[in-house]
Each structure stands twice: as structure tokens, then as C-alpha cells.
Ligand binder design. Structure first.
Ligand SMILES: Nc1ncnc2c1ncn2[C@@H]1O[C@H](COP(=O)(O)OP(=O)(O)OP(=O)(O)O)[C@@H](O)[C@H]1O
Length: 908
């Protein structure tokens, strides 16, 4: 397409319409152009070819350009949303180009003039608003990444906006935290200034995010104009009222807003003012930990099997979105966590209120998204209806919850705040919507028929006239039939002729002859087998009908506009109510699952405790139940400091394959996440000192997209843990070092444990098959051993899934391999090899290593007691006096120095 303009100059001119198309397309080169022609969006040239392949629609042609056929493909307006959804999910961006005037208007300018058209909106993954294009249970964030400064001193920030609900947040981040923060926000689209897009240090990260990354001109991120842009958007003189923002945050917020403005063209979504999220208030969970723990989706990308799928009992889309958000961003401030837990506890203790709340909520529509569509002028009567219904529900809820706490003042603060927000809704708005809107609502305002009879006298009159005229037509038809004696005479309507009288051919000829004198029946059209007539009477009536119908529609549209205006004027309180409804849904849903699954309230404080009694893995437990398999075996886990200790413990978990080590590791990480998101947890008792960062290295996966092998990925992630974990962190490591040769792996695991114990001091679970490591428990004060119990029965192994103190002596790998169906011959051979290896180890046991190796030395601690041998080069240097040297002697001295240094290096 880009070259097309150049081509045209050299050849004959394209048609005026093609000229218009080419101009609009040239302004939107990175989008498929949906070019409105009547009831279709048409695409031409490469766009047509791409769309026809992507959507499986017919590729046709229309006219010629430069002597060649113009490929064309089109989608009908009424089905456009479905096609848009498919295109967006395939990574396309679409520019929607509408007709901006009636074709009749264009004709007035001359027969060759083209209808004015322009792009009214860019549809991109991060800027969707239509119900059909959105996933109800997932937020649809557009994020923007900004960097201020360069090199070591560079500051990063992210801003993210969901235009379908108005949510707008900003947060500072750091280079190392970027991938974790982006994973937490989970945006559908990330915009970055073009210089960051091509920055080497970010290339791997951005490439990993795929087509959802959109580079934009850096000017929109410009720090100097950022504050102005934001203030302008919200119509305020200064941002002071929104709180303080760093330069990087302003830049990101400005970049995100600019993109919203660019894609929405003239429309202005009703966004909340940007809210700052402090990194210290959210548990840091890096990208791979998030993926490993399968918080919101499994490693294969599905929601089924994830933690959120196992615990989500919300009944509204907004509730599901909030639950997901809370799960993705657990808190680190115990008071804030307690506020959430208080709300859940209240719903656990008040099952009737819970049931009532959930019942009202389940029929409560998506207030935030309906509001957003109306504010963007993309809403229909049903969106108004949804607001009305949600308002009705809100009033019922506020009353119901108030009644559940008649003494009032005893409601937990989160619920009280939600009830407050619901009670603050303008009562007249709900009433107005209820009286104005009909019971059954059409999807589009253009068809009318959504205003309740009795609401507007004028409308009722216009409608009566319109409908009555129709009866008059029926009567007229009977009269004409009577008058002409043609029983089959019909009065019909079509778009070209309007109302007309139709009779069969024979009757038509007769009528023309009989009527020749009076010319009462005016001939309009002769069809095959039929004649069409009109009369002055009918023409008059037609005008009256048309104007009455038109009038009725105009009145309806003005009622619509008035209602939208009232709704938009109340958007602040409606948004607060939408948030309140979501909070109530989440709290009640977490109470519901707590009761159904016997979850209990965790105690979260500022200690370093980590004490779980009878903890379970919520997903595995439900899966086992669904398969009607053995019940899940609950296990304890204590990682907090013991008596007299100031830092947390490291527990080495050994045990057979398939014994349940990974499950145990993950369940404790998940319990920490659940506790800090403000949910009850699958344990009899849980006490957790807030976890600032959670690290989990569970299971290995190649990252071929980034050109890293399994082992490399494992080492990169282990390095991140060793460099970042604090004593407040929780670290869960599964089989570190297994991806390489045994001795290398064992050595790396060994060094890692010592570093975690001595330097990081974090609470750690470490599962391994290197049994030699269990010896470390004797050497390192806070290292403990735990193992999974098994029973051997007739040479087979029976897993008990019970974690007990102590070390395993063997892995039962061969027994598990046998269970998995490895050929008998292989099993026999493996047994033979194993017994040889074990015999060799008995002669020269690796387990004894722990006694031989000195303790970990890399602590930046005490200088070593033994002085290092003096460097001979330094000794030699002392004997040289530069003032005494001739140039030749100086050169010789230099050679001698070099030699002495080489000698010293050898000794080191
Ligand atoms: N506490 C438990 N109660 C009941 N069943 C369990 C329990 N823990 C694990 N299981 C079952 O055992 C299976 C294997 O568990 P898991 O993957 O945790 O073993 P593992 O010791 O990590 O094995 P490997 O060393 O081979 O990775 C699980 O899929 C689950 O079905």
C-alpha cells in the first residue's frame, strides 16, 4: 500500500472513491482498514487478501487500479463485531472508517462527489469496549511503559488503563522487576516509545510479549508535557489533587492516555483519575514464579487448572476481574490484608446475608462496562437498562446489608464502605431509568421502541398517530377493494415506492380503463403480473405515517440522549458503586469457597513466621476429589525462625519421585499468596509474617523463544533468587541443578543452599534428589530435613504423601519407572546398574563430602585468618627506583616484573 500513491502519480488517476480510500489507508498504514460502504465494511488490496485468509471470507474484485483488478473482501455491518473479535485475537489492528454524511448530501455536491468518510476509531486489543469483544471475567488492560534517564540511573514506570471500566493506575518499577510487573498487570496490549522498542536491553523482554507490543512515537511520553496532557484530559488545572507522581510515572501515564486518545479519535472514555500503586505494598512475584505457580492460568495457558479457577466463586464479571487482580497482586501491609479478611469473615459468619447478597449480585449487570460504552457514545438501550437494573440491585443490597447489621457500625470496614457507596447513588437516576425504559429493550437505539409507553405524552401521541395510520391504511384497503370490486387489492409498502396499491394484471388493466376519466388511481409501476397505483389520499396518509414514525423516533432518541447525559453526570458515584459491588462479590465468594472447602482465616503480621498446620493444595485437592481418587493428605510446614533464631528456616525435602514434593512446595507458596490477597486458606491453621517477595523455581521448561536451554533458564532464575531474596521472602526451589551432570548439579545445589542460609536468610523449601545435601542440616543451624513417607510392598512402592521430619535414603526412581510402564528389560538392567553404583559409592561415599568440605566462604565476612603469600612482583617493585633507570634498564625491569607477576598468579 505504501507505494501506491507513488504508482498513481505515474499512471492514470484512480476513481474518486479509490482516491479517498488510498488517502485514508495511507494515514493508517499499520491497521486493516474497514471502509464503510452502505451495509458493509469493505477492505481492498492487501487488506482484502489478509482479511480473506484470516477470516475465511470470499475474496472478490472491484474495478481496476493501474490496470490490475482490485482485490476486495467485505463483512456485513451486523456481523462486524464477530469478525473484529477474530481479527483482534489474531493480532490485527483495525481502523474503522465510517460514512460521515448521507449519500444524498454528497450528491448535492455533484454527481461524481464521494461520500465523506473518515476513521472514527482504531480497534486494538487494549482498547476494546464492546461486550462481544471482551471477556467478562478478565480485565482488559492497555499498559504503557516509560523510561526516564539512562544507564544505571534510569527510572521505569508503568501506567495501565482499562477503558472498558475506566480503571487507571500507575506504578514505578525497575529494570529487574519489569517482566514480573508486566506479568502481574497482564495487559492485552503494551505501548512503548519507539526508542525503548528498539533498545537492546529490552529487546528480549518485549519480543517475548509478542504482537501485543505497540511502538508509538516517543513524543507522547514526553516528560515536559506529560502533566499537562493528563490535567487536560481530566479537566483540572493541576494534578496535585490526584497525589504526587514521579517523572517516570507521569511519562507512562501520558503515553497511555495519548494512545487512548489516538485510538478513540473523538470519543473520550470516562477514566478514573490515575491511582498510584506503591511497589512496597504489593508482593513481588516474578514472571516465572507466576507461571510456575499457575495463579491465573496454567503453564499451557488455560484458566482451567489454575488457582483462580479453583477458588473463583464470584457471580459477576466485575467480581471475577477483581478477584483475578487481587490474586495477581497480593498485599504486604497486614492491616490492609486484615481489612479484606474481616469482610470475608463477616460473610462466613453471616450465611444468610451472604446468600442474599450473592442472589442480588447474580442478576446484577456489568455496571462499569455499560457506563463506559455509554460515555463513549457506543452504548445502546440495553446498556441503559443494565445501569437501571444494577441501580435497583444496589439499593436492594444496601438495604439488605444494612438490615443484616441493624445495630449498624458493626459491619467490617470494607463492607461498610461498599454499603456507603451503594447508598450514595442518586436515587432519582434509578427511578428515572425504570420509568423511562420499556421492559424489553432492543439492542440498538436506531430502531426505537425502547421508551416505556406513558413516559412521554408527545411520544405516545406520535406513536398513536403512526399506529393508527396503519389501521387507516387497512381500512383504506378495504374501501378500495369494495370500490373497485377487486377483492385481491392490497396496499403494500417498499423502500422505493413507499405505500402503493397493488392489483393483478387483469384487474390493473381494467382499473386503468375505468379510471381514465377521474384519474383517481394514479399508475406507478407495471410489474410482471401486477400493476401498482397510488392515490392522493394514500400519498397524504403516507406523509403522515412517515412523519409520525420519524417524530416518534426523534423523541425516543432525545430521551436516550437525556438518559445518557444523566448517567454520565453520575459516573463518579456509579463507578464507586461498581467497585463496591465487585468488592461485595469477591468477599462473599471467598466466604463461600472458604465454607465449601474448609478454608480458615490466616493470621498475617509483620513477624517472620511461616507456620502452616494441615495445609492442602487447593487445585490438586479438588482434582483428586473430581477423579474420586484418594483423599488429599494435609501436611504441616514450619519455616519461621525457631527459638533463639532471628531468621527463617530452610527445609530440604527429599523423597521418592511422585511422592508429593512439588505439590507440598507449591501448596505453601499458594497459601502465602492466598493469605496476602485477603482470602481464607486451605489449612487448619496458618500464621504468616508478610512475604515481600515470592520466588518459585518449580519444574523446568525450555525457553526456546529466547534461545535458552532448560538448564540456562534454571540458572538464570536461581541467580535472580540469590541476588534478590530478602529474609522476608519465601523461596520455593524444586530440584535445582538436575538439568546438568550429577556432580555439577549437586555442587550448584549445595552452593545455593549455603548462600540462601548464610546470605539471604529467607524462608525456603528446597526439594531435591541429591540425598547428600541432607547432611547440611547437621552443619547449618537453620537447615532442616523433611521427607515424604512411602511404604514398600512386595517390591513396589506405595506413596503416603505424608511429609515427616528426616531424610530419605533413596529415590525409588526405578519403582516409579516400573509403574510408568518402562519395559521389564530396562528396569532389570537399571536395577543392576544401580546396585553397582551404590557399591562404588559405599567405598567412597559422596555423603561424606559434607564432613570434608569447609563451610561456605563467600560471606562478605571476616577476613581470612591466614595471610596470603606475598606477590613476588610487589617485592621486585620495591627494589626499583625509577629515577635511577636508563630507558633500557626500565624496559628490562618491566619484563622482569611481568615474569614475577606470572609466577605469583600461578601460586594463587
Ligand atoms: N498431599 C497429597 N495427598 C494426596 N495426593 C498427593 C499429595 N501430594 C501429591 N499427590 C499426588 O501425587 C502426584 C505427584 O505429586 P508431585 O508431583 O508433587 O510429586 P514429586 O515428589 O514432586 O515427584 P517428582 O520428584 O517426580 O517431581 C500428584 O499429582 C498428586 O496426584
Amino acid at each position: 500500500m505504501r507505494d501506491m500513491n507513488a504508482d498513481i502519480a505515474g499512471a492514470g488517476r484512480p476513481t474518486p472513491m479509490m482516491e479517498q480510500y488510498i488517502e485514508i489507508k495511507a494515514a493508517n498504514p499499520d491497521c486493516l482498514l474497514f471502509y464503510r460502504m452502505g451495509d458493509f465494511y469493505e477492505m481492498f488490496f492487501e487488506d482484502a487478501e489478509m482479511a480473506s485468509r484470516a477470516l475465511g471470507i470470499a475474496l472478490t474484485k472491484r474495478g481496476k487500479h493501474l490496470g490490475a483488478d482490485i482485490p476486495m473482501a467485505g463483512v456485513p455491518i451486523h456481523a462486524a463485531d464477530d469478525y473484529l473479535q477474530k481479527l483482534i485475537s489474531l493480532g490485527f489492528r483495525v481502523a474503522v472508517c465510517e460514512q460521515l454524511e448521507d449519500p444524498a448530501e454528497a450528491k448535492k455536491r455533484g454527481s461524481k462527489s464521494v461520500v465523506r468518510r473518515d476513521v472514527v476509531r482504531l480497534v486494538t486489543p487494549g482498547t476494546l469496549t464492546e461486550e462481544t469483544l471482551l471477556d467478562t471475567r478478565r480485565s482488559n488492560f492497555l499498559a504503557a511503559l516509560a523510561r526516564v534517564g539512562a544507564g544505571e540511573g534510569a527510572a521505569f514506570a508503568l501506567a495501565w488503563i482499562d477503558i472498558s471500566t475506566g480503571a487507571f493506575r500507575v506504578a514505578e518499577t525497575a529494570f529487574e522487576a519489569l517482566s514480573g510487573d508486566i506479568a502481574r498487570i497482564d495487559p492485552r496490549e503494551l505501548v512503548v516509545p519507539d526508542q525503548l522498542f528498539s533498545d537492546d536491553s529490552l529487546r528480549t523482554l518485549l519480543r517475548g510479549l509478542g504482537p501485543a507490543v505497540t511502538p508509538v512515537p516517543r513524543a507522547t511520553f514526553d516528560g515536559a508535557t506529560a502533566a499537562d496532557r493528563i490535567a487536560r484530559y481530566f479537566g483540572v488545572a493541576t494534578l496535585d489533587g490526584f497525589g504526587g507522581f514521579s517523572r517516570a510515572e507521569l511519562s507512562a501515564a501520558s503515553g497511555a492516555l495519548a494512545y487512548v486518545e489516538r485510538t478513540q479519535i473523538g470519543s473520550r472514555p470516562a477514566l478514573d483519575p490515575p491511582r498510584r500503586e506503591a511497589a512496597s505494598e504489593v508482593m513481588a512475584i516474578d514472571h516465572s514464579t507466576r507461571a510456575n505457580l499457575e495463579l491465573v492460568r496454567t503453564t499451557s495457558g488455560e484458566r482451567r487448572g489454575s488457582l483462580v479457577a479453583a477458588i473463583d466463586r464470584t457471580v459477576t464479571g466485575a467480581g471475577a476481574r477483581l478477584l483475578c487482580e487481587r490474586l495477581a497482586s497480593p498485599l504486604t501491609v497486614p492491616e490492609a490484608i486484615d481489612r479484606r479478611l474481616d469482610a470475608v469473615a463477616w460473610f462466613v459468619d453471616n450465611p444468610d446475608a451472604r446468600r442474599g447478597t450473592r442472589e442480588v449480585l447474580s442478576s446484577s449487570p456489568d455496571l462499569a462496562r455499560a457506563l463506559s460504552r455509554l460515555a463513549l457514545d457506543r452504548g445502546g438501550p440495553r446498556d441503559l437498562g443494565q445501569i437501571g437494573a444494577a441501580l435497583g440491585g444496589a439499593v436492594a443490597l444496601a438495604e439488605g446489608l444494612g438490615a443484616a447489621d441493624p445495630t449498624s457500625g458493626n459491619l467490617p470496614s470494607e463492607i461498610a464502605a461498599a454499603v456507603g457507596a451503594l447508598a450514595a447513588l442518586p436515587p432519582e437516576l434509578g427511578l428515572r431509568l425504570a420509568t423511562a425504559l420499556a421492559d424489553e429493550l432492543p439492542p440498538h437505539r436506531r430502531d426505537g421502541g425502547f421508551v416505556r409507553p406513558g413516559f412521554s405524552l408527545e411520544l405516545d401521541e406520535a406513536r398513536a398517530l403512526r399506529d393508527e395510520s396503519r389501521q387507516v391504511i387497512a381500512r383504506l384497503q378495504a374501501d378500495y377493494a369494495e370500490e373497485t370490486g377487486v377483492r385481491t387489492l392490497k396496499i403494500r409498502h417498499n423502500a422505493v415506492l413507499g405505500w402503493f396499491i397493488e392489483v393483478g394484471q387483469a384487474h390493473g388493466e381494467k382499473l386503468m380503463a375505468a379510471d381514465a376519466g377521474t384519474r383517481r388511481f394514479i399508475h406507478r409501476q407495471t410489474m410482471a403480473g401486477a400493476f401498482r397505483f397510488t392515490t392522493t389520499e394514500l400519498a397524504d396518509l403516507e406523509t403522515r405515517i412517515a412523519s409520525a414514525a420519524d417524530r416518534a423516533l426523534q423523541i425516543e432518541l432525545s430521551v436516550f440522549a437525556d438518559l445518557v447525559e444523566r448517567v454520565v453526570a453520575a459516573s463518579a458515584s456509579l463507578k464507586a458503586a461498581a467497585e463496591a459491588l465487585a468488592v461485595l462479590d469477591v468477599s462473599a465468594a471467598l466466604a463461600e469457597i472458604a465454607e465449601a472447602e474448609r478454608f480458615t482465616r490466616p493470621k498475617v503480621d509483620r513477624s517472620l513466621a511461616f507456620s502452616i498446620t494441615a495445609g492442602r493444595h487447593p487445585v490438586v485437592e479438588q482434582a483428586l476429589r473430581a477423579e474420586a481418587g484418594d483423599p488429599f493428605v494435609a501436611n504441616d510446614c514450619v519455616l519461621g525462625p525457631g527459638p533463639g533464631e532471628s531468621r527463617g528456616r530452610l527445609t530440604i525435602v527429599t523423597g521418592p519421585n511422585m511422592g508429593g514434593k512439588s505439590t507440598f512446595l507449591r501448596q505453601n507458596a499458594l497459601i502465602a499468596v492466598m493469605a496476602q490477597m485477603g482470602a481464607f486458606v486451605p489449612a487448619e491453621h496458618a500464621e504468616i509474617g508478610v512475604v515481600d517477595r515470592l520466588f518459585s523455581r518449580v519444574g523446568a521448561a525450555d525457553d526456546l523463544a529466547r534461545g535458552r536451554s532448560t538448564f540456562m533458564v534454571e540458572m538464570v532464575e536461581t541467580a535472580a533468587i540469590l541476588n534478590q531474596a530478602t529474609e522476608r521472602s519465601l523461596v520455593v526451589l524444586d530440584e535445582i541443578g538436575r538439568g546438568t551432570a550429577t556432580y555439577d548439579g549437586l555442587s550448584i545445589a549445595w552452593g545455593t543452599i549455603e548462600h540462601l542460609h548464610e546470605i539471604n536468610g529467607c524462608r525456603t523449601l528446597f526439594a531435591t534428589h541429591y540425598h547428600e545435601l541432607t547432611g547440611l542440616a547437621d552443619k547449618l543451624a537453620r537447615v532442616h530435613n523433611a521427607t515424604v513417607k512411602v511404604k514398600e510392598w512386595k517390591g513396589d512402592v506405595v506413596f503416603l504423601h505424608e511429609i515427616v521430619p528426616g531424610a530419605a535414603d533413596r529415590s525409588y526412581g526405578i519403582q516409579v519407572a516400573k509403574l510408568a510402564g518402562l519395559p521389564e528389560a530396562v528396569i532389570r538392567r537399571a536395577r543392576g546398574v544401580l546396585s553397582r553404583l551404590e557399591a562404588a559409592d559405599r567405598q567412597n561415599p559422596r555423603a561424606a563430602l559434607v564432613d570434608d568440605l569447609p563451610l561456605f566462604q563467600s560471606r562478605p565476612a571476616a577476613p581470612s585468618a591466614e595471610p596470603a603469600p606475598p606477590d613476588p612482583a610487589l617485592g621486585l617493585l620495591d627494589t626499583i627506583d625509577p629515577d635511577d633507570l636508563t630507558p633500557k634498564a626500565a624496559l628490562e625491569a618491566l619484563y622482569r616484573l611481568k615474569a614475577a607477576r606470572a609466577e605469583g598468579a600461578k601460586r594463587e
